[in-house]
Design a protein around this ligand. Structure first.
Ligand code: PAF
Length: 275
């Protein structure tokens, strides 16, 4: 396995890998959810590339860029064991050199839910993913379902910009109590960790209620009571999986989505209704 930090080195190595080339972009702090993406890419592709880059442009000034967990050595060891061929781990200066000024604007889809709370987030995600795709030039991009709105924004961007790249969404990995695996789970205190799966239970309650014919508004009102009083609930909704616009009936493809703060930690979760 090779670890490269410069764009010319990365291009030289990615260009000669066997095809199809699968690509797993990450911000490091890897858990089983990331490794599931690599395993899937390994099973489907001739070679697998990954990136480790904590992308500053997707964090607002008041967010956790500085304290975001970083463990480059441990992450590279995990990716090597999972079968990655080349890791691209650039510095912020490499990705955003002096004078950098071009961003990808993802339109209205980037302004709701996560985009309403984090107004510049999806612009940063779309920009860095575009740059990474131009450097790695993969055949298939592997993304985790955990960040449902991110999957919708990136799939739309790839379609709108005619990028010749397939996208595979890999189901969320969960702890035994249902909590979605996330690099941010390490921030939770023991009390917050115990309360955190309640977001998942609320989403399950919405799915169950709507599947048995209850109107969305009632299903969501009842599910609110499932979320731990320790949490500050931000949103619960049901959206179309492609447009990410709210829908009133539970039909595939859709996501039941939710976000809540447990102390200082924002957690997201969703259920994928794929028929
Ligand atoms: O999901 C993430 O870890 C990031 O948003 C991504 C896709 C690697 C872009 O920085």
């Amino acid at each position: 396995m090779h670890i490269v930090t410069s764009i010319p080195q990365a291009r030289a190595l990615f260009d000669v890998l066997p095809r199809p080339l699968g690509f797993v972009p990450t911000m490091g702090a890897l858990h089983d959810g990331h490794l599931a993406l690599v395993t899937r890419a390994r099973a489907e592709c001739g070679a697998v590339g990954a990136s480790i880059f904590v992308n500053p442009t997707q964090f607002a000034a008041n967010e956790d860029l500085d304290r975001y967990p970083r463990d480059l050595e441990g992450d590279c060891a995990k990716l090597a064991r999972a079968g990655v061929d080349v890791i691209f781990a650039p510095t912020p200066q490499t990705m955003y050199p002096e004078g950098f000024s071009t961003f990808v604007d993802v339109g209205a889809m980037g302004t709701t839910f996560e985009g309403a709370v984090r107004p510049t987030h999806f612009r940063g995600v779309a920009t860095v993913v575009t740059k990474l795709l131009n450097i790695v030039r993969p055949d298939t991009l592997y993304l985790g379902q955990k960040d449902a709105q991110q999957t919708a924004v990136i799939r739309r961007m790839i379609r709108d910009l005619d990028a010749p790249i397939g996208v595979t969404i890999v189901p969320t990995e969960r702890e035994s109590d249902g909590l979605a695996r996330s690099s941010r789970n390490v921030y939770l205190s023991p009390e917050e960790r115990a309360a955190a799966p309640s977001l998942h239970y609320a989403l399950q309650a919405i799915r169950l209620a709507m599947a048995s014919g209850r109107p969305k508004v009632d299903a969501i009102a009842a599910a609110r009571a499932r979320v731990s009083p320790l949490a500050q609930l931000e949103y619960l909704d049901v959206v179309d999986a492609d447009s990410f616009e709210p829908i009133e009936t539970l039909r595939p493809p859709a996501f039941v989505i939710g976000a809540a703060r447990f102390g200082g930690t924002r957690l997201l979760d969703n259920l994928w209704i794929d028929g």
